[in-house]
Design a protein around this ligand. Structure first.
Ligand code: FAD
Length: 337
């Protein structure tokens, strides 16, 4: 539970109301599996082994009706106002809601799930479930999704990702400062570089795979997991800008942004979190060749590079006799080879 959620619960209890909470946010609630020593797992693989052996709760249907305490006026039902803050909303964001979430889950278990293990890193294929915002807002419960997927082809690989989600929640429950302090303090020198930070936010770093990810975020309020790692590593490892700066930008634009998964993953990528490989490298050029070999993902999101063919989209600096592509910046840092 984040600090905010814990405070909110304390405040409610302080009113004198009887407050009951029920598990629902995760498949396995934080604290239900713990290592022999310590209150939470710091490393994913042993957590995963314990998580797999844990029995799951039954999925319960939504209640038919709710009884309100006497004298309480619930007011008019909430209707989301799509025009509020429209300027800052991603124009191509996925529409949300309980009914759509259910349809998405059905079409996922009937279709893409079977190939998930092979295709989850296929950047141009966009072959992941896109259920993260539905999970974030509780339009689907993680238990319901895991139960629907578990016994189907592809279910093992997929449920493992839901265990990652639970993993970050149990870390955050034990370390609620995940969004402000290093989980594991490292001797890292952070740089203040407002220009580089602005270029990164706008998708104008001159490194195509980084810019494509950042532009996907602004356009869709979503970014593929692979480019989340590449862009976060570029900011924190290549540019040495603090993970808090990057996470704040993601938080402002992601429709699935939540404290545990966002900050847990940022710290994982920056090397201050739960990754056991501290010097994990995300060489942007190598990542691009491997996960977007034909440059399809880059061309989809970076308009200036739409005319380049094949993997040439990843090397715009070699175009025009080394002058680059008109309107597209030169790399602000070494994109790797
Ligand atoms: C820097 C960074 C920031 C991130 N911020 C968020 C965030 O704010 N909210 C969020 O839900 N995820 C976050 N992730 C994790 C992951 O990128 C997204 O969950 C995933 O891309 C969502 O797309 P999907 O639903 O199609 O995922 P799928 O690949 O279909 O996975 C299914 C579900 O498993 C869970 N999941 C998958 N990968 C992870 C992971 N690495 N960590 C935790 N849960 C995972 C998600 O709930 C996801 O919906 C972040 C990753 C990185 C590297």
């Amino acid at each position: 539970m984040s600090r905010f959620a814990a405070r909110r619960l304390d405040d409610l209890r302080a009113t004198g109301l009887e407050v009951c909470t029920h598990p629902g946010l995760t498949v396995v609630p934080p604290g239900d599996v713990t290592p022999a020593s310590g209150d939470h797992y710091k490393v994913f693989t042993p957590y995963w082994r314990a998580w797999e052996a844990e029995p799951w709760r039954a999925v319960l249907p939504a209640p038919e009706s709710l009884e309100l305490p006497e004298g309480l006026d619930p007011g008019a039902p909430f209707t989301p106002d799509d025009s509020a803050g429209a300027g800052s909303l991603a124009p191509e964001r996925q529409a949300g809601g309980w009914t759509r979430a259910r349809a998405r889950l059905r079409s996922w278990t009937d279709g893409g799930l079977a190939d998930y293990g092979d295709r989850n890193d296929d950047l141009p294929g966009a072959a992941t479930s896109r259920l993260s915002a539905d999970l974030r807002f509780g339009c689907l419960s993680a238990l319901e999704v895991a139960t629907a997927a578990r016994d189907l082809p592809g279910g093992d690989a997929y449920v493992r990702q839901l265990a990652w989600r639970d993993f970050h929640h149990q870390v955050t429950a034990a370390f609620p400062w995940i969004n402000t302090r290093d989980y594991r303090a490292r001797d890292r020198e952070w740089r203040r570089d407002p220009e580089a930070l602005a270029a990164w936010k706008e998708g104008r770093t001159g490194v195509p795979i980084v810019d494509a990810g950042m532009l996907q975020l602004l356009r869709e309020g979503f970014m593929h997991n692979r480019t989340r790692m590449i862009t976060a590593a570029f900011l924190t490892r290549t540019l040495s800008v603090h993970w808090r700066e990057g996470a704040a930008h993601f938080d402002a634009h992601l429709t699935d942004g939540d404290v545990a998964n966002e900050y847990g993953n940022w710290q994982w990528t920056a090397g201050t979190g739960n990754d056991t490989r501290l010097n994990r490298a995300f060489n942007p050029s190598r990542q691009a060749r491997r996960f977007d070999p034909e440059g399809v993902y880059v061309r989809r999101y970076v308009p200036e590079l739409a005319e380049l063919s094949g993997a040439g989209a990843h090397r715009p600096w070699t175009e025009g006799d080394g002058e680059g592509v008109e309107g597209y910046p030169a790399p602000i840092a070494d994109p790797g080879r």
